[in-house]
Ligand binder design. Structure first.
Ligand SMILES: Nc1ncnc2c1ncn2[C@@H]1O[C@H](COP(=O)(O)OP(=O)(O)OP(=O)(O)O)[C@@H](O)[C@H]1O
Ligand SMILES: [Mg+2]
Length: 464
């Protein structure tokens, strides 16, 4: 090598040059040492993740990326340990502001001059735009596990991240099986509290005193049998989200206590002298008409306003039939995986039956119907005979007068009545059995029957 060549500037060995190159490419690039701590982080990585280089360097990569696979099967660790290179693996990370970002990643080992592994490098590409375009093309919206292509849902999806981030109380209203719990957990997952617990309490399932000790906990000696302190759900949910399901079923006494927690952000466990601070975000849900309960003095107006800070109304499935095919596809895919089956589609007739039905039990009922069909279906295509009999059997009682002049809401009401009647008939008006088929609670079915004016036929009532 000539003197001249020796003196020549070797760009590949100049760290300034390397970082200039790294910063000028559009893909995110970062490196980790053998422990998985970040040692470099380029400009695109900063832009995609929202974390600055200073924040990222020195952190474990899972603390910055928080991807779905970070904790299960970290690709970088795999590469560092097995030399296996990963090419274009699609994962979802969380950005600094907790947005889900789909990315495609590739990894490689970094080996020093002696052949020792000193770390790994990962390059990643932001797929958000591609995904958004794909979804626009297919006319589908998706949020976490919630699938829909309806206009109503797309409006909800647009505001959901902001609602989730806001920490305000959210009230989810919708019929049984419309996805209230799914929304509650999506709100938690998209919120700043996502790393904290998500705790659910069913306010309708317990008698008043039990519910109160469940919510607020008790101290040792609070009553006979209270031999140790028991933390309430408010305590367990600290730093996270408390999901108050069936909030319309709360007794008036418990409503007062809940109101106090919401107003003061404090509560006292049963038998306790110390006031506890409640650092929880409340998401409440109901399938009842809270305004009506307020009017009937069954629900406190002040609590209603406290809960109704941000309200999301989830429309029933019969008002968004465009979601039925999408949900069928979603559930077929899921159930195939769960049941180890290969069911690909529904025959035209079977699909028509599902499109014509009104789903009093909403999405849960559709899911139950498909599960039923998948158990019976041995091939790749679901036929009408695989569907629950109540969908295919029509009886005289199930044909209400249908006039061409009925308004939209009335048609829906009649269709719902028809569907419920048909299920009730099949179960000889045994409410528990019918409610199970519909995927709704017995009391919900009873309320629907009252609203729709469905009565047990005398002959049935007598024979039971
Ligand atoms: N849009 C949706 N996309 C995918 N799955 C859905 C959707 N809506 C509901 N589901 C599924 O339907 C079932 C019922 O949903 P969920 O339990 O959230 O309803 P809910 O409104 O809380 O019902 P309930 O009032 O009976 O408690 C769940 O298995 C849920 O995963
Ligand atoms: Mg629920």
């Amino acid at each position: 090598m000539s003197e001249n060549e020796k003196d020549m500037w070797d760009a590949s060995r100049d760290p300034r040059w390397t970082s200039l190159i790294l910063d000028s490419i559009g893909d995110g690039v970062f490196t980790v040492d053998r422990e998985g701590k970040i040692t470099s982080f380029n400009r695109a990585a900063e832009e995609i993740t929202g974390f600055s280089r200073e924040e990222a360097i020195g952190q474990y990569c899972h603390e910055i990326f928080r991807a779905n696979i970070c904790f299960e099967d970290c690709p970088l660790r795999r590469t560092a340990q097995t030399k296996e290179r990963i090419v274009n693996l699609e994962v979802t990370i969380l950005s600094k502001d907790n947005r889900e970002i789909p990315i495609s990643i590739s990894t490689a080992q970094i080996v020093d001059e002696q052949g020792q592994v000193i770390g790994a490098v990962e390059t990643f590409r932001d797929l958000s735009l591609i995904r958004q375009l794909q979804e626009e093309v297919s006319g589908r919206y998706r949020f976490e596990d919630i699938v829909s292509r309806s206009k109503a849902f797309s409006r909800i999806f647009q505001v959901l991240p902001d609602i989730a981030q806001s920490d305000s109380t959210v009230l989810l209203c919708g019929e049984s099986g419309t996805g209230k719990e799914l929304f509650a957990s999506a709100i938690h997952n998209l919120s700043k509290r996502c790393k904290g617990p998500f705790v659910k309490v069913n306010c309708g399932a317990l008698p008043e005193t039990l519910l109160e000790s469940e919510l607020f906990g008790y101290k040792r000696g609070a009553f006979t049998g209270a031999v140790v302190d028991k933390p309430g759900r408010f305590k367990i949910a600290e730093g996270g989200t408390l999901f108050l399901d069936e909030v319309g079923d709360l007794s008036l006494g418990t409503q007062v206590k809940l109101l106090r927690v919401l107003e003061r952000k404090e509560y006292e466990p049963l038998g306790g002298i110390k006031t506890e601070r409640a650092d929880v975000r409340i998401v409440a849900a109901t399938n009842l008409d809270l305004e009506e309960l307020v009017a009937r003095k069954r629900f406190r107006e002040d609590l209603y306003y406290r809960l109704n800070v941000v309200r999301i109304d989830i429309p029933p499935l019969r008002e968004r039939p465009e979601d039925i095919p999408l949900l069928i596809e979603h559930f077929l895919h899921r159930l195939n995986r769960k049941m180890g089956k290969q069911v690909r589609r529904l025959s035209d007739k079977a699909l028509q039956i599902l499109l014509d039905y009104t789903y009093p039990g909403n999405v849960r009922e559709l899911q139950n119907i498909l599960e039923h069909a998948m158990i019976l279906c041995k091939g790749v295509e679901i036929q009408p005979r695989h569907l629950p009999a109540y969908l295919t059997r029509r009886t005289p009682l199930t044909s209400p007068p249908r006039s061409q002049t009925l308004a939209g809401a009335e048609i829906l009401r009649e269709k719902e009545k028809e569907a419920i009647l048909s299920v009730l008939q099949r179960s000889s008006f045994r409410l528990s059995e019918a409610a199970k088929d519909l995927g709704i609670h017995r009391s919900t079915l009873w309320r629907k029957m009252k609203r729709l004016g469905i009565e047990k036929p005398r002959s049935v009532a007598k024979s039971q």
